[in-house]
Each structure stands twice: as C-alpha cells, then as structure tokens.
Design a protein around this ligand. Structure first.
Ligand code: FES
Length: 149
C-alpha cells in the first residue's frame, strides 16, 4: 500500500516536472513568507479575472521592505508567484520594489507556462498595490484606523 502511494506520488511529480520548473515546484510545495503580517505597513488584496485572490502585506522601516508576506486561495503557480514576489521584495527599497515586474517574477521562477503567466501578473499587481497602500498611509497615517486589516 505504501509503495503504491509512493509510485503515485512519483507519477504526479513527473507530470509536474513536465509542466513546471524546479523553482515553481519548490516554491509551490514550500511557500516562503506565507500568512499575513499583523498591523502591516502596506496591504493589498486583489482578485484576478480568473477568480483567484492574492494578498500581500508589508513591513517597512526607513523606506525599506524588511518583511513581506502573502496569502492566496489560487493555483500552484499563484502560490509560487506570491512566494517568489515576497522573496524579491524583501530587503528592497520602496522604489526598487515598485519596479518588480511580472517578468522579473517569471524569470526568477525559471518561467511559467503561458496559461499561468497571469498568476505572476496578479502577484506583481498585488505587490504594487500594497506599496501604494504604504505610501498612502505614510501621507495620512490616521487612515490606518479605518482599514479593516
Ligand atoms: Fe488564478 Fe493562477 S489561475 S492565479
């Protein structure tokens, strides 16, 4: 029974390797920075046209992102994209993080199948909105009290 399960697991992995890069599989199976930063300095949630939602929360100190987390209810590539996006954002200045693109995320993941490229776009857009939220709160910190999360 256990060996049947092992064989099935290996078949599933073989199928995944045919479609996804090692980096995508790694970030999908072992997502980095999963969860939400409580009382974050910048937060965004976007539901893409596919119906999947991705959230990013940021901890910023001195205009540098010292922590970035994500959550998604989406597909494997959206988990990998959220994971990689937060890894790319961490340690970057706000200006540097703003220029992280869909292509940067896809390249860091070793590419995505064409039908999953929008997953990286969702992650890039969510990061950019979280940065906008940070900038808006920096200008008007009192608005944080009206934020639901
Ligand atoms: Fe919706 Fe991947 S299919 S984010």
């Amino acid at each position: 029974m256990a060996s049947d399960f092992k064989e099935l697991e290996e078949l599933v992995m073989e199928d995944m390797r045919r479609v996804y890069s090692e980096q995508v599989i790694d970030h999908f199976q072992n997502p980095r920075n999963l969860g939400e930063i409580p009382d974050s300095d910048g937060f965004s949630t976007i539901t893409g046209p596919c119906g999947d939602t991705l959230e990013i929360s940021l901890r910023v100190r001195g205009d540098r992102i010292i922590n970035a987390n994500f959550w998604t209810d989406g597909c494997g590539p959206s988990i990998a994209s959220g994971s990689m996006t937060t890894e790319l954002a961490k340690g970057k200045s706000i200006a540097e993080a703003r220029s992280i693109t869909q292509n940067d995320i896809m390249n860091s993941l070793g590419g995505l199948p064409e039908e999953n490229e929008h997953c990286a776009l969702l992650a890039a857009n969510t990061l950019h909105e979280a940065i906008k939220d940070y900038i808006a709160l920096k200008k008007e910190p009192w608005k944080k009290g009206y934020r639901r999360r």
